[in-house]
Design a protein around this ligand. Structure first.
Ligand SMILES: [Zn+2]
Length: 68
């Protein structure tokens, strides 16, 4: 599993690009937000954590990936 480095201001994608969270992210940590890096990798930002969406699940609704 690739390591994604993140902190409370943003995260560094697998591609090496630093992504700062948009302003609304920190106000909505209780909501699963999908964020796409410019390399098209997709992430879910939730409860202060960053989780990469597996490519095989990219076509599925994010809620399915979390089982709710
Ligand atoms: Zn990237």
């Amino acid at each position: 599993m690739p390591k994604i480095v993140f902190d409370d201001k943003g995260f560094t994608c697998e591609c090496g690009m630093r992504n700062d969270y948009p302003g609304y992210v920190q106000e909505h940590w209780d909501v699963k937000l999908v964020y796409s890096c410019s390399c098209r990798r997709r992430f879910v930002l939730y409860q202060g954590k960053v989780k990469m969406v597996r490519q095989s699940l990219a076509e599925s609704p994010v809620s399915d990936a979390f089982g709710d």
